[in-house]
Design a protein around this ligand. Sequence first.
Ligand code: AMP
Ligand code: MG
Length: 344
Amino acid sequence: MRKRLLCVLLAALCLLTACQKAPEPVEFSTFSMNTFMSFAFYGEGETENQRVQDRVNVTLRRLDSLFCVNNEYGDVNQINRSEGRRVKVDAPTAEVLSRSLELCELTGGALDITAYPAVKAWGFTQEEHRVPSPGELAELAGKIDYTAVGLEGEWVTLPAGMELDLGAVAKGYAGDQLDQIMRDAGISSALLNLGESTIVAVGGKQDGSPWRIGVVDPARPESYFAVVELEDMAMGTSGGYQRYFEQDGVTYWHILDPETAAPARSGLASVTVAAPSALTCDGLSTALFVMGLEDGTQFWRDHRELEFEAVFVTEEGEIYRTAGLTGRFSLAEGYEDREVTVLE
Ligand code: AMP
Ligand code: MG
């Protein structure tokens, strides 16, 4: 009798520990938008999980083909070859254009989605790098002007000679779409890593604590200098270290100043933006990198409605962060003695 009671107790204990074992996340990865992306989410059963995974992959494939400059059936490519004729685009293209053009305007053109002729001239698209002459740069700068993009519903016009490049915003837009897919499926905990530093945190971790995301040290891109805690927030980083080449001892990176068509030299090495929208993070991290610390800080003060916070790292390695990150920002192991200036 006593033996049987012991067995029942033991069985109950086993059941209890089995129940307490943390559920495993669904993890998968893919290559899209020229980058490696990885995803983790806590779902509800195998069939539903597979459906979510399929929706993520299908959405990424669709957005990639619409926005990729080299896909001749894609919207962006068709707009770029339109020679000024009206082009009918799909709804996501119209939406990303509309929202990006708003950011171009808000940032006074520091973000400019018509930078493609200059991006090409520097060889960043085909990885055949070159330094254009001052005369060529002046001509290229004249071709960058987001105000010339015409958008009426799903019809787009772009003057001949100009070309769009959604490289600064596409991953952010995709991040917001994937976030919606997760929420529609009732998922309350997920981490979506869209590569090259665009991250979306859906909810917090399974145990209720926030996701902890590292911020890359631009001077040593293999390590993180800080950790930002995110819950229902996105984060994006733009930095000269992400894509660059060197010639005659000078480093040239892929973030261009639309005014000069040359790499933006604002004194910054990287900018990280955290905000509810991944598109805001992506677009603003690029724009603030162009603006520099002073103008970028003023932009943050003037645009509270965008609900974003930022971390700036200068080329000298100084760290600045906005006051709204208090309690959510900490220096990483090995960086504890670095000074951080809080921007108010
Ligand atoms: P990100 O990595 O998000 O900062 O975006 C940089 C990419 O956007 C570059 O590789 C270019 O394709 C494009 N780009 C460069 N400079 C700008 C700019 N000032 N505004 C918009 N797009 C840009
Ligand atoms: Mg960007």
